[in-house]
Design a protein around this ligand. Structure first.
Ligand code: F6R
Length: 364
């Protein structure tokens, strides 16, 4: 049932090219640059978007915020569901509430959805589980089609959620006229490449290198993860995954925030994972890398293939396949999943059933 893998988590990590193919299939039209999501909702009928979710799905929502704001120029806010539902949120008929959930059963997200509906919002779900409770209450559901996810730590659902947000941002951008034909076709092409790029991210040589680095730092007490822009959430998700399954304390920060506090933690015992793949902000991120280095922190840099120049600033480099910046969070997440996985399994932890965690949180 684990298809030859030791754990569900590893099996699901390797299922990502297929899961992503299923997320994207039939929805991208290369010739026209259009995206067909079978959503009944009128993309012109709202002025703002609220994205609501918990945990890993929340981080997918943060990527969604970035993508939708950049590509469709609609104001987006993202909330954790447990906050949204109790803060008497500002909702109107001009609001589109997007809930994001693998299980479709998370109680806080379900209640937040009800809260948004009460205020008159239109509702859309980015959901994995067919026929789940949320789907019965949503106006529209964009299924991610990642297939059943058994491992408690979410992997393929995350990358498929992000894939779904790329399409959603494209769809909104096209409908609202903020994306030219050329931009749309470029992005569509980049999106279509994702399953292949993730396959490439899972090639044995790369995986072996991630395993080596994971074991080198497995005794660390703390870990810091940094990223910028569309990859700031990649850092947050990387930290969450590591703490969930290895029980190493980890924090994810937007790289530019480092000097406002977490820099105080840096010493020779602190591994700092920096997402430094190709980006219009790469130079900024590299200066953060240098700040970590100057304080003897150990830098594990995620770099795009071929970036030998920035390799000199890092103690260890994890190369990832080059991807369009807007879709790069999908590819980068895979490397960080494996880093957590190999750390936890080296430490002898039960990665499929981390202590104190349940796959679906149906009680508050
Ligand atoms: C992390 C993880 C959790 C879930 C969260 C939301 O690996 O699995 O943080 O992402 O409990 O669950 P869903 O997406 O089912 O609403």
């Amino acid at each position: 049932e684990k298809g030859g893998f030791d754990t569900y988590m590893l099996k699901e990590i390797y299922e990502q090219p297929t899961a992503l193919t299923n997320t994207l299939i039939g929805r991208l039209h290369d010739d026209t640059g259009e995206v067909n999501l079978d959503i009944g909702l009128d993309p012109q009928s709202f002025k703002r978007i609220s994205i609501i979710a918990c945990g890993t799905a929340y981080y997918a929502g943060l990527v969604g915020e970035y993508l939708i704001e950049q590509l469709a120029r609609i104001p987006v806010e993202v909330d954790v569901a447990s906050e949204y539902r109790y803060r008497n949120p500002l909702v109107s008929e001009n609001t589109l509430a997007i809930v994001v959930s693998q299980s479709g059963e998370t109680i806080d997200t379900l209640e937040a959805l009800r809260e948004a509906k009460k205020g008159g919002a239109k509702t859309l779900g980015v959901i994995n589980a067919k026929g789940s409770s949320m789907t019965r209450e949503l106006d529209d559901t964009l299924y991610i089609h990642a297939g059943p996810e058994i491992g408690v730590a979410s992997t393929k659902a995350y990358t498929s959620m992000v894939g779904a947000f790329v399409m959603l941002a494209l769809w909104l951008g096209r409908a609202r006229g903020t994306l030219s034909d050329t931009q749309a076709k470029d992005l569509l092409h980049a999106t279509r490449e994702l399953p292949r790029l993730v396959e490439e991210a899972l090639n044995p040589a790369r995986v072996a290198e991630i395993k080596r680095v994971a074991e080198k730092y497995a005794q660390a007490r703390d870990y810091l993860f940094l990223g910028r822009g569309v990859n700031a959430p990649t850092a947050f998700e990387g930290a969450l995954k590591l703490k969930e399954i290895s029980y190493i304390h980890a924090e994810g920060y937007a790289a530019g925030e480092m000097k406002h506090g977490p820099i105080a933690l840096i010493d020779a015992n602190l591994p700092v994972v920096v997402v430094a793949t190709e980006s219009h902000l790469l130079e900024k991120t590299i200066s953060n890398v240098q700040e970590v280095r100057a304080r003897s922190g150990k830098v594990i840099a995620l770099l795009s293939d071929g970036d030998t120049e920035n390799a000199q600033h890092a103690d260890d480099v994890l190369y990832v396949p080059r991807a369009h910046e807007m879709v790069s969070p999908v590819v980068n997440a895979v490397a960080l999943q494996l880093l957590s996985y190999f750390t936890a399994s080296y430490l002898g932890k039960d990665v499929d059933k981390p202590r104190n965690l349940a796959k679906s949180v149906t009680v508050e």
